[in-house]
Design a protein around this ligand. Structure first.
Ligand code: PLP
Length: 466
């Protein structure tokens, strides 16, 4: 389509452009929202006016924009699908939900209602899980920094504790010298199946460190080795990596049972299963390339099922998924606050959600859906957040229709790592609502100014005189 901006008296004047100046004709190549062979549908041509039966306009009118919207139905269903696929193959499988992925009380509680245990990586998260009513025996305590007070609480509570370093072995021995009632612990193992390996965590298997750590635990007397933990990374889109990792862990567990006369009661294969989002580095869409839950389950469970007879007794399989459970259950509603055309012709919009509440924009090519019908013509548009930082970029060169100030967009699959990593910066964090049976209710109130200042202390001597 060609727009001609004639030098005519009837021409409407754009602010900043002098009447009577000549502007070059501009050729805009429009394309229709369509599927293509490689990248799927770039943007849904049909506007999405409801989330689980609740009108987006009603949600915005009542709760404001931006707004996180949790689908209770999707969250429950995702958990059920995952556990069903796992237990179909290996019945003694448990999911310990990775709290840091999204520790909103409502989200954790729904997953606990479904049967999930809690996987925590700090004393704070441990406290959250207990506060929500999780029995301490169903809490898996991981992480590189556990304080002595946190460890004592977990040992007394008979939680599953996965040790990360030789220093931590020593720390627990100092805390728990009892030889009569040894503290049960597992060790975290890192294995060479992904590049780059997550070598910061635990003890390397191939270099023999994990064996040395096991020997150290076994010889301590006040500790009892009862499990192995391994988390190979995050957004692992190759289920073959889990197949390799679980096989390595099984070999190692059997070797420990033989050599040290211990009983390995659990193998914890961590999290990392991908959601359907697309990484910036990926050409094909996430949904086109990620394994199904069934494929992950097969890769993890068959090796153990096939070799279970070799163990002293049937070990539990524990998984710690985060993003694969919650990412797709949450959407964000956002509103266009300004439209722009840069000096080089690039089209841009500013939306009211920045990287402070949509941290995953740094990693993902987030997908957008329009709410209002803006016609089928798409154009390349840069999408920025409202923060006063040049790096507040949500997406560059995304195909979008002719949006205007006030148009709403839905950003799908934002449940993982956005709320828990969000920060108070320039704007208050928005509300979170949950939709269920066509009704919406708060899971988190929107922040207000007093939330920003709640912990500030202003000594009297500094107060401004009125
Ligand atoms: C030990 C551990 N378990 C589970 C998870 C959850 O990972 P994801 O959200 O990729 O499933 C993480 C996150 O990195 C982790 O470090």
């Amino acid at each position: 389509m060609i727009h001609r901006n004639h030098d005519s008296k009837s021409q409407t004047v754009t602010p900043g452009v002098r009447r009577g100046t000549y502007e070059k004709p501009l050729i805009t190549i429009h394309s229709l929202a369509a599927t293509n062979k490689y990248r799927g549908r770039t943007l849904s041509a049909t506007p999405c006016q409801q989330i689980d039966g609740v009108d987006v306009s009603t949600l915005v009118a009542k709760y404001g924009s931006p707004l996180y919207v949790v689908s209770e139905k999707d969250l429950r269903q995702r958990y059920r699908d995952f556990i069903k696929n796992l237990r179909k193959i290996y019945s003694d499988t448990y999911i310990a939900y990775s709290y840091k992925t999204n520790y909103l009380s409502g989200i954790c509680t729904i997953l606990h209602q479904e049967g999930a245990w809690a996987e925590v990586v700090s004393g704070l998260e441990y406290e959250m899980a207990e506060d929500l009513g999780m029995p301490s025996t169903k809490i898996v305590f991981n992480g590189v920094h556990k304080t002595s007070a946190d460890l004592m609480r977990a040992i007394k509570g008979k939680s599953i504790i996965n040790i990360d370093s030789f220093d931590e072995i020593q720390q627990i021995e100092n805390l728990w010298p009892s030889k009569k009632d040894p503290a049960k612990v597992g060790i975290r193992v890192n294995v060479d199946v992904t590049y780059p390996a997550w070598s910061k965590f635990g003890f390397n298997l191939e270099a023999g460190q994990a064996f040395e750590a096991a020997r150290r635990v076994v010889s301590s007397g006040s500790l009892q080795l009862n499990g192995l933990h391994c988390h190979i990374g995050t957004y692992i889109s190759d289920h073959g990596a889990y197949y390799q990792a679980v096989n390595k862990l099984i070999d190692f567990a059997l070797k420990l049972e033989r050599e040290f006369d211990v009983q390995i009661e659990y193998l914890d294969m961590g999290g990392g299963y991908a959601s359907c989002n697309t990484l910036h580095s990926q050409f094909l869409t996430g949904s086109a390339i990620i394994p199904t839950l069934e494929q992950y389950a097969e890769a993890l469970c068959y090796p153990l099922r096939n070799r279970v007879q070799e163990f002293k007794s049937k070990p539990r399989l524990i998984l710690e998924p985060g993003r694969s459970l919650v990412d797709e259950a949450v959407s964000m509603i956002t509103t266009v606050v300004a439209t722009k055309r840069f000096a080089d012709g690039t089209k841009a919009i500013i939306i009211d959600a920045g990287v402070n509440i949509l941290v995953t924009a740094y990693w993902y090519k987030h997908e957008f859906m329009t709410v209002q019908d803006m016609g089928p013509h798409l154009d390349n548009v840069n999408v920025y957040g409202p923060l006063c930082m040049q790096i507040d970029v949500i997406r560059l060169g995304v195909r979008l229709p002719q949006l205007q100030k006030g148009s709403q967009l839905i950003i799908k699959n934002v449940g993982a790592y956005n709320m828990s990593q969000s920060m108070q910066f320039i704007y208050a964090r928005p509300a979170v609502v949950i939709v269920h049976h066509g009704e919406a209710e708060y899971l988190r109130m929107p922040e207000v100014m007093s939330d920003f200042r709640r912990l500030d202390v202003l000594p009297d001597r500094l107060k401004l005189q009125k």
